[in-house]
Design a protein around this ligand. Structure first.
Ligand code: BG6
Length: 486
């Protein structure tokens, strides 16, 4: 079979993910000329409409998601010609014969599940019963894959009955971000950085994923999961792996995954005896974001539980039990409705072994700030002599700034989903998460959740628009360190 003859079927193609991410990503891939002529697209959803009505909807969603200057009518017309709309009720086995009629056994079928995970099993089974699944058929799964280790195993077992592991593409969209991949380049293509990347040189590492958005009308889902399961179990732990893993033998999927899994398995379990010192939970109350008043979590319009104790913020002090990272704390924090949207990794280096300058302070430590979004770039804080005839050898902090966006001269940074869709078409799993990784992440998170449940860990309130609960400051200040805030 010619691998380039591809049929991509998006299940849940009228849903939020497809509208916000997948359709715009397909448009941008088409615009950049990278969508092979031999790719056909189908959208499968419950709505009883024709392809024409779907195209009107898709056009409107894409226009809304991209800057107007990037709209090119001829690109859209070319993309639109690839689409078919199939009206299928996912719970109705018989409807799948319509899909079977559309597919072609001589083409590679890729099934993208932009649906709630509870449907992954049923859809896979119906696909199988309808005779759509061949040995080469790929399936793409969106998170969340379960809400704990047990349920994630159930999802993986069910899907695994119909698809082999090498054909299962589990998305963590952070891995599709250009700047996250850039972490690999930064670490492994720069001797200067690589040679200083361990506990002999690094004092501690901070990973922050701060969001200004709230739960965006997803109260029903979010209240069942909270920020640890929604963000830390996947995105932050994947970032942690990228920062902490050993150099892989190559960038082949198996090699990278093997290194990531070692990190996840080396995470020290935070049990009841440690949880109060290592974890902070928070929940946003009303406040102001970008000059606008916003509601508190339990005042959101779709709130069903006014006394909910679900966390919308979490800060964790983690350790990796291995040779390279022994004694180096990793401070992780993520929260909704914070003052600024920022994703960054901050590496703070140890001070010199012996001080020969007078008046040295902690601020003279070197710090490498890797900003993943927005304003993608790197800052290196260095210490230099203060230029002055008055002072003999006074020091001051200077910052070297590398802005990726300006430096590349690129028109725009591609969205994560553009990269991920291209990798699925190519059949390369290097940016997708393996079953073992998911299970190791859940294993660690489950113990943490059990520990905080056993200790009834308080959920501290923080005002929307702030940097999170004050208790999160104590988590790091207790160690004579502080969060990096620009
Ligand atoms: C999703 C979470 O996985 O990531 C959302 O479910 C979160 O709650 C989103 O807002 C953040 O992604 P990004 O790309 O905007 O940082």
């Amino acid at each position: 079979m010619n691998e380039q003859n591809i049929d991509l079927v998006i299940f849940g193609g009228m849903g939020d993910l497809a509208g916000r991410k997948l359709l715009p990503a397909l448009y941008q891939i088409e615009r950049s000329g990278l969508l092979s002529e031999r790719i056909r697209l189908a959208v499968v959803a419950r709505e009883n409409i024709e392809t024409k009505a779907f195209l009107a909807y898709a056009e409107q969603r894409i226009r809304k998601a991209i800057p107007s200057a990037e709209w090119v009518e001829s690109v859209w017309e070319k993309l639109a010609r690839r689409f078919s709309y199939l009206n299928i009720d996912f719970s109705n086995k018989k409807d799948f014969s319509r899909l079977k009629g559309w597919t072609d056994p001589n083409r590679l079928l890729i099934c993208y599940m932009a649906t709630p995970p509870s449907l992954f099993g049923a859809i896979s089974q119906h696909l199988f019963d309808a005779g759509c699944i061949q040995e080469s058929t790929r399936i793409v799964l969106e998170k969340p894959i379960g809400h704990n280790l047990e349920s994630s195993c159930q999802v993986n077992d069910t899907v695994g009955r119909y698809f082999s592991e090498r054909n299962i593409y589990r998305i963590d969209h952070y891995l599709g971000k250009e700047t996250v991949q850039n972490l690999l380049a930064l670490r492994f293509a720069n001797r200067m950085i690589n040679s200083q990347w361990d506990n002999t040189c690094i004092d501690h590492i901070q990973i922050t994923v701060a969001e200004t958005v709230g739960i965006e009308g997803r109260w029903g889902y979010y209240d069942q999961v909270g920020q640890l399961r929604d963000m830390l179990q996947n995105h932050l732990l994947q970032l942690l792996c990228m920062v902490a893993m050993e150099p892989p033998n190559s960038f082949a999927a198996d090699e990278i995954r093997a290194e990531k899994i070692k990190i996840l398995r080396a995470l020290t379990i935070i049990d009841e005896s440690k949880v109060e010192e290592h974890a902070v939970r928070g929940q946003y109350s009303a406040g102001w974001i970008a000059g606008q008043p916003v509601r508190g979590y339990t005042e959101e319009v779709d709130c069903k539980n006014e006394v909910s104790k679900t966390e919308t913020f979490v800060a964790i002090k983690a350790h990796i039990d291995n040779w390279r990272w022994s004694g180096v704390p990793f401070y992780l924090r993520t929260g909704k409705r914070l003052g600024e949207k920022v994703t960054q990794v901050v590496i703070t280096y140890k001070d010199q072994p012996h001080g020969i300058f007078p008046n040295r302070t902690d601020t003279s430590m070197n710090r490498l700030v890797i900003r993943l979004q927005p304003n993608e770039g790197i800052q290196l804080e260095m210490v230099a002599k203060k230029q002055s005839l008055k002072d003999r050898l006074s020091l001051e902090k200077r910052v070297l700034n590398l802005d990726f966006f300006d430096a590349t001269g690129e028109e725009r940074i591609p969205d994560a989903y553009e990269r991920l869709l291209l990798e699925v078409f190519k059949g390369d799993q290097w940016l997708f998460v393996s079953r073992e990784e998911i299970e190791a992440s859940w294993h660690w998170c489950d113990s943490l959740i059990q520990a905080w449940q056993a200790k009834s860990l308080k959920v501290h309130r923080y005002s929307s628009g702030s940097t999170g609960p004050a208790k999160a400051e104590f988590l790091i200040e207790r160690d004579q360190r502080s969060w990096f805030e620009e």
